[in-house]
Each structure stands twice: as C-alpha cells, then as structure tokens.
Design a protein around this ligand. Structure first.
Ligand code: FES
Length: 680
C-alpha cells in the first residue's frame, strides 16, 4: 500500500537539500541522487550501519514540509536484526532500508556523514572536512564460471565498478596474492580499502578483507622535527585522534642541529644511512606506542603522512641531505609523494599502508612549513599574515591571498634553551613566566607544573617535588624582555653593572654582569652570554621577517602567528619587547600551537587538501636569506632590543620601554673614557 502523494517531498538536514521521489525510494538512494552526504560501506545491504538517519515527523516543519507520521516504510527485519546485534539509537533508522512513503524531513547525524567536520582542538572554530585518501567498500563478487572465464581480480574490479562506480582501479601483487583466499573465505563478498591518488584520478586497491570488515581503519600523522618526532593516530572513519605519542629524535646522537647532521653525513660514508635507520626505527616505535594506546591492531593502520624540514624529509626517504648543506640548497625531490610503507621500512603498520610526504617549499624551507601553511591558510587571508615557526631553523612565511613569500633563518638552538647557562627543556620545575619589578629589580616567576607565582604563599611547598631547575625557552624570552623593561639591560643588551650598588640581583662575573632570578638548590640566573645568545637568535629571526617584508614592499604586518610547540608558550608582548617579531597589535599576535603537526593531520584526513597544498607551494616565492645582501644589515640593526631603528609604535602603546643611555663598555666609566681620550 502506498501512502501520501505519488512523489513525496524529502528534505535532508543539515544540508537543506530537497527533492521529490517516487514512493518506495530508499532514503539512501534519494540521498545519493541529491548529493546528500550519507555514508555507506556495504552499498545498502543492511550490514554496515553507516547510513543511519533520524526522520522527523509531526508538525509543519520549519523547512516547509508537513512531515507525516508513517512517511517512511515500516521498521523491517534487517533493521531489527541490526538493532539486536549491535544496537541502534532510539529514533534512528537505516537509510538503506527505510523507504520514502510521504513528505518527510530526514536528519543525517554527524557520524553518518562521509565528509564529517572534524573540529580542531588547536584552533577555535576551525574544522577539517573528513575525506581521507583511503576508504572502504563492501562488494559482492561474481563467482567464477567455466563458460565465462575471468580472473578473480577482473571480477572484483567489475563488482567495484558496478556497485560503487569505481572505475580504472589498480591492484598490486600483494593484493593478488591474498585475493583468492579473501574471496573464498568471504563467500564471494569482500571489503576493499581503496586508496585514491592525490587528485582522485586512479584508485588503488590496498587491502581486501573477507566478508564485511567490521573494524575501522586508521592513519598516523607524523611531524619529524630535528629534536622530537611526534605522531597522532586518527580513526579515518570518524577523524578522531585516538592516540598521540612523541619521542626525542634519535638522530640527535649524530648531531644536535641540522647542520651538524649534514656534516655527519659528509664526514661518514654511512652517515646518512645511519640517520635514516634511526628515524625509521623511531617511527616504528611510535606506531607501536599509538597502536597500543589506542588498543588497535597495527594491521589497521593504512595511511601515514609525514612533515619535516628538508633535512629530516630527505633522511626519512633515505636521501643523503648533503646537498642541502650549502648553496644552491637543491632538493633531490620536494613534491608531495606517495610510497608504500614498506619502502620506508615501516613495519608497525599494515604492509599495504600508503605513505604521503607533504611537499617541501624549497631546499631550506621544508614540508613542515608547507604543513604550517596548510593549517593556517594564509593563502585565504585578506590581511597580511606573518607566520613564524620558531625552531633551531626558523621558517617564516609572509603574505595573503595575493602573494606568499617564504624563507628560513638560522636562529640556532638558543630559543630552545641550548647555549643558555640555566636553559633547560620545558619540563616541570622549569621557569616559564617571569616578571621583574622596574623599581626594586626583584624577580618573581612561575614554573611549569605549578600555577602559583614564586612570591605567592605555598609556592615552595607546591614546588617541593620538582624544585626550580632552570629556564625553559619561553622563560628565557620573558626573562630578557623583562630585564629590558626593568632597565636591567640596555638597548644593546648589556647588563647594567652599575646596578650592583642598588641590588644584589645584579652581580659581577669577571668583566660582565649577570642577573639572579632565583637562589635555591640551583642558582638560576641570566648571564651576559645568555643575553648575547638570545640576541643573535632573535636578530636572525627578525632579519628574516624584515627581508620578507622588504620583498613584499610593506612596513608592517596585520597579524603574526607563532607556530611550533615552543611558539605556543611565548608571550606575544614579550616577544615584541625582545624584538623577535616586527611590531604588531598585540591582540593580533597569536600562537598556532604545533601547526606543522596539524597540517600533517589535515593531509591525513582530507585527500583534497594534499592537492591544495601542492598547488599553493608552487606559488610561494622563496627568498634566500644566505645570499640576500640586506640580511646582514637587518641582522645588525636587530641586535638591539627591541631594535636599533624600528620604532615599534604599537608595542609602545602597551609597554614602557626605558630609553636611558646605553651602558658604558665594561672596564670604562668616566675614568676609562678620560684615559682613552688622553691616549688619543
Ligand atoms: Fe550499510 Fe545501510 S548502507 S547498512
């Protein structure tokens, strides 16, 4: 018996797509015809439950449809069987089973959408549309027939074409080797994982399971930094991150920073291979860890994406990075590339997993910078955005939707606490915040792991287990910026020795002076050499930014984004007082957290984004700091704190930077100057 009008009106929410369909049309079919995003792995056979929908009946709906009771066919035995076996939420129906019989509004819940919006925790209101490169398809394959000879693979492809409109698929030897067993074990029904090429041109069958594959498939996004390697495991069906893990990059034993690793490769015939082995081992360890954490089988990891600077990128791929050590910094290969996991010795994943490496921007601006660009999308911005990924080698991108420029700048490891007398990595007990009273020159601070300031009651008890052990990278930036604001150091970064008479916080160490932050089990101070190391690093960073601004023909930027794990903890105001970044309205300076890792995750969850970043990278203009004549001039001017000539008007509205005269050179003073004049 039919019910309602001959061609009832169906409205899908949240898309709002609507159309009229003959009575008896399955909801899944109607959704497909309208291009509504309703998932299905089993092709409407009532096995996968991906097609769940929520019909709404009753009153005149706001969508202009009188949704009628009984506008869907009755609950059927397939739905009942599914509900008994796996459970189905109250009010839900299977879209492939429920047929349209009257006007109706049908809601497609988020978990039933193929292109779900995955909310990014690291950036408010930003979402990643789920559209992974590897997807699952269930098919029923024709049995072999003496009278119509064809191979199992031919009939599998035929089924994928007929049932899913997947044409022109390819399969590799390993698939063929396992196909006979899978088809017969599954009684001629199999689930295929198909990996689509970067531009969705030609799909490749990468895995076949007998029958309907009940499980889910996973992908791992890697950010290979020179210091740490981080991995996030995501469910490719829901986009959720199910586990994360990180390790120190074991290549550190071959050299602390990038150049020392390139040198190691130059000096040792097996050097590059050793470093490749080390990083690949770390990748396998991390895959093992995230699989254990997420309680999943490593066989279910079918995708990996990788980002890293050019040296890390080459070493991952087993390419000697020696050419990246000097001009013209030629990459062996820098485009986005796809490999078998086994080609990179990745053993803790499905042997048929596919690996995607994001493109490098240039020989000195890597896939990590491309990933930051993908995460931050400056190419969609009207405003001019400056993105700074602070690390041992800062990668800088400047521009907007009309033009993007990129460079890298050799900041060295000072920002990460290396070369700093009391520097340490960010860990409980490390100072991360500091304030200095401009009048008394007294310091108070906060350490990681404790919310109290050092002058709050209870601070000592709260930090008894960790102690106060050193200064983290963000802490050293604040310390030196605060020293400048309190006039403990002058514009040239010289610790004012004459303060010795007023405060015992400033004390002499040979010919220079230091500032004492904390006296305890460990003496925590900032020495003149520490200030110098930070000045060199920040001057290199600023000079890189300035070079890009020159190239762009602008004198100020609208926004600054600090990327990198370290960038997440930097106080924007202090970064400007120090002169790390150009002047900007402080509210427009934000931290993007680990944007490179986010970019790797975006590329993992959305195949179209791979094409997008590959295209954008070709449009980014590369600026070479090493050969730019103005870099040195900018560098020298940027040694001053905040800067020799840049006026920083927007910063000066919120911070009072002392303009007292620079300190006299050490060992001089009035007498010293007189002596010099006498000699002259
Ligand atoms: Fe698989 Fe409906 S499409 S259960």
């Amino acid at each position: 018996m039919t019910y309602g009008p001959a061609n009832p009106l169906v409205v899908f929410t949240p898309s709002g797509k609507r159309g009229r369909f003959p009575v008896g049309t399955p909801v899944l079919q109607a959704a497909r015809e309208l291009g509504v995003d309703l998932d299905s792995v089993c092709g409407g056979r009532g096995i996968c439950s991906r097609c769940q929908i929520t019909p709404s009946y009753g009153e005149f709906s706001k969508h202009g449809v009188v949704a009628e009771e009984g506008a869907l066919s009755e609950w059927n035995s397939v739905e009942q069987r599914y509900k008994d076996k796996r459970g189905l939420k109250e009010g839900r129906r299977l879209g492939c089973q429920a047929k349209i019989e009257g006007n109706i509004v049908i809601d497609v819940p988020a978990e039933s959408q193929v292109h779900k919006q995955v909310v990014r925790k690291d950036a408010d209101d930003r979402v990643i549309e789920l559209d992974p490169a590897t997807q699952l398809f269930y098919v029923e394959v024709r049995e072999p027939d003496m009278h119509d000879p064809s191979s199992d693979l031919e009939r599998l492809k035929e089924a994928l074409k007929e049932q899913w409109e997947l044409d022109d698929l390819i399969a590799d030897l390993r698939i063929m080797q396992g196909l006979q067993r899978a088809l017969r074990d599954g009684k001629w029904c199999v689930t295929c994982a198909v990996h689509f090429g970067r531009r969705r041109q030609r799909g490749r069958i990468v895995s076949v399971w007998p029958g309907f594959y009940e499980g889910t498939i996973y992908g791992a996004a890697f950010d290979i930094g020179s210091t740490t390697v981080a991995c996030h495991l995501s469910d490719l069906r829901t986009g959720k991150t199910v586990a994360s893990a990180g390790l120190m990059n074991p290549q550190i034993r071959f050299g602390e920073d990038l150049m020392s690793r390139v040198s190691y490769s130059m000096m040792n015939p097996e050097g590059a291979a050793q470093m490749t082995t080390a990083v690949r081992e770390a990748i396998n360890v991390l895959l093992g860890q995230v699989a254990a954490q997420g309680l999943i089988d490593i066989e279910d990891i079918l995708e990996c994406t990788f980002v890293g600077n050019p040296v890390m990128h080459h070493l991952l791929l087993g390419i000697d990075p020696v050419e990246l050590g000097g001009a013209p910094f030629a990459l062996a290969a820098g485009e986005g590339m796809v490999f078998w996991a086994s080609e990179l010795d990745i053993t803790n994943a499905n042997p048929d997993a596919r690996v995607y490496t994001l493109p490098c921007i240039a020989g000195h601006v890597g896939a990590d910078a491309a990933a930051v660009v993908l995460a931050e999308e400056p190419y969609k911005s009207e405003e001019i955005v400056l993105i700074v990924d602070v690390g041992t080698n800062a990668e800088i991108v400047l521009g907007n939707k009309d033009k993007l420029l990129a460079c890298s700048s050799p900041t060295g490891p000072a920002f990460e606490g290396a070369q700093i007398s009391c520097g340490q990595r960010a860990a409980p007990g490390a100072i991360e915040r500091i304030r200095i009273d401009p009048d008394t020159k007294e310091a108070r601070f906060k350490v990681i792991g404790c919310d109290l300031w050092s002058d709050d009651p209870g601070f000592e008890a709260a930090t008894a287990s960790t102690g106060v052990t050193g200064i983290a990278g963000s802490g050293i930036i604040e310390a030196i910026a605060e020293m400048r604001l309190a006039d403990v150091i002058d514009i040239d970064g010289v610790v004012r020795g004459n303060l010795c008479e007023k405060t015992n916080r400033v004390f002499s160490e040979g010919r220079t002076f230091s500032y004492l932050i904390h006296e305890g089990a460990q003496r925590i101070m900032v020495t003149q050499n520490d200030v110098r190391a930070i000045q060199l690093a920040k001057a290199a960073l600023y000079a890189g930014c300035q070079l890009l601004m020159d190239e762009m023909g602008i004198e100020q930027v609208d926004r600054v984004t600090l990327a990198g794990a370290f960038g997440a903890h930097i106080s924007p105001m202090h970064a400007m007082v120090l002169g790390m970044i150009p002047d900007c309205t402080v509210e427009n300076v934000r931290s993007a957290g680990n944007a490179a890792g986010t970019g790797a995750r975006i590329a993992l969850l959305n195949a179209a984004k791979r094409s997008e970043i590959e295209q954008i990278v070709t449009q980014i203009e590369k600026v070479e700091t090493a050969i730019a004549p103005k870099f040195q001039d900018h560098f020298i001017e940027a040694m001053a704190i905040p800067h020799k000539t840049a006026p920083y008007p927007r910063l000066r509205k919120i911070a009072r930077i002392p303009d007292t005269a620079p300190s006299p050179p050490p060992g001089t003073g009035e007498g010293g100057r007189r002596r010099r004049r006498t000699r002259a």
